[in-house]
Design a protein. Structure first.
Length: 73
């Protein structure tokens, strides 16, 4: 099982599922993270928090804690 947090920089991954419930799942879905969509990992901060991604043409920053809930293939 690979999560978005563990995905290598410069790779495009496909969202498999969201492993969370409630408000967090709703927030991630509002950001565009749904099953089957492609996510390009642009940058991961080495010491700081965000994982910067491009999804559906938008550039977003996702907290590493939240990225653990996004299962990818």
């Amino acid at each position: 099982m690979t999560t978005l947090k563990d995905s290598p920089v410069g790779q495009t991954v496909k969202v498999k599922r969201l492993k969370c419930e409630g408000a967090l799942k709703r927030r991630l879905m509002d950001m565009g993270f749904t099953a089957g969509c492609d996510v390009f990992v642009r940058k991961v901060a080495p010491l700081g928090d965000p994982v910067e991604v491009t999804i559906r043409g938008y550039e977003l920053s996702v907290r590493k804690q939240d990225a653990e809930y996004i299962e990818v293939e």
